[in-house]
Design a protein around this ligand. Structure first.
Ligand code: ADP
Ligand code: MG
Length: 254
């Protein structure tokens, strides 16, 4: 497990015509074993932030510090789940799940992990099927299983349910929450959907145009009633800060 501290993190894409400031001196503290959702309009910098956290992209300025308790750690195990499941069509579900374990030589351990997550994600019956034989929701569950098999400290999710219909989306939202409660990982979950951000997160961070503009701690537990007065008020406040770019805070490190 690991926490993440961002200190003045910036990303500037230098294009021919102009520079694009995708992240503008962001300060944020994500605690060990917390579930944080990041919400904002398309183009506000959500994917860039996750790509930098997972070293798929370089930062321009600032610092990222990973911690375990009070200790700074250099290389936590980080995994990222994308909107598309990115499964290998020529491999079975079981073999797709094994892909994140190619460095583990102990076959017994590989099978133990794959069996465990096939069971947990209700994929057992489909382990010998191929990706084109399962539904989109199930394929995304396999992608999640592949990530969990790797047993990362931090899971980054970039709109992982964005391509699913509303029913499958709901089912997977609850499954991800259940996984979080059982496995106690640090999860950073990106979405552009305000309801999803509120429903999933213990904390919700709002991004707007490369800036952090709001940060809410949700007092209710994970079984949230989205029709409660509290949730409706939070939703109004969140929507307001997603739409209004005049308020810039950029420092939610406390
Ligand atoms: N590789 C890139 N080169 C140039 N500009 C980029 C690149 N990736 C992202 N951007 C720009 O950075 C901004 C943030 O993009 P992104 O992080 O993808 O936003 P989001 O995921 O919130 O939709 C956008 O203006 C986007 O056009
Ligand atoms: Mg994106």
């Amino acid at each position: 497990m690991a926490g993440i501290q961002l200190h003045n993190l910036s990303k500037i894409f230098k294009l021919k015509e102009e520079d694009v400031v995708a992240l503008n001196k962001i300060n944020l503290n994500i605690k060990d074993e917390s579930f944080v959702t990041i919400v904002g309009k398309s183009g506000c910098g959500k994917t860039t932030l996750l790509r930098i956290l997972s070293s798929l992209e370089s930062k321009s300025e600032g610092e990222i510090v990973f911690t375990q308790g009070n200790t700074v750690i250099t290389s936590p195990k980080i995994a990222i789940v994308f909107q598309e499941p990115r499964l290998m069509p020529w491999l079975t579900i079981r073999d797709n799940m094994k892909l994140s374990l190619i460095k583990i030589k102990n076959r017994h351990e590989v099978n133990r992990r794959v069996d465990h997550y096939l069971e947990l994600l209700d994929l057992w019956r489909f382990q010998d099927a191929y990706p084109n034989q399962i539904s989109g929701g199930m394929a995304q569950r396999v992608a999640l299983g592949r990530t969990l098999c790797y047993e990362p400290d931090i899971i980054l999710m970039d709109e992982p349910l964005g391509a699913l219909d509303i029913y499958n989306r709901k089912i997977l939202q609850d499954e991800i929450i259940k996984i979080f409660e059982n496995c106690k990982k640090t999860i950073v979950f990106v979405t552009h959907d305000v309801d999803e951000a509120l429903y999933m997160g213990q904390q919700v961070v709002v991004m707007n145009n490369g800036n952090l503009v709001n940060h809410m701690r949700i007092s209710e537990s994970h079984s949230k009633d989205m029709n409660s007065h509290e949730m409706k008020a939070l939703k109004r406040a969140l929507t307001h800060s997603i739409m209004d770019s005049r308020i810039i805070r950029n420092d939610f490190s406390a």
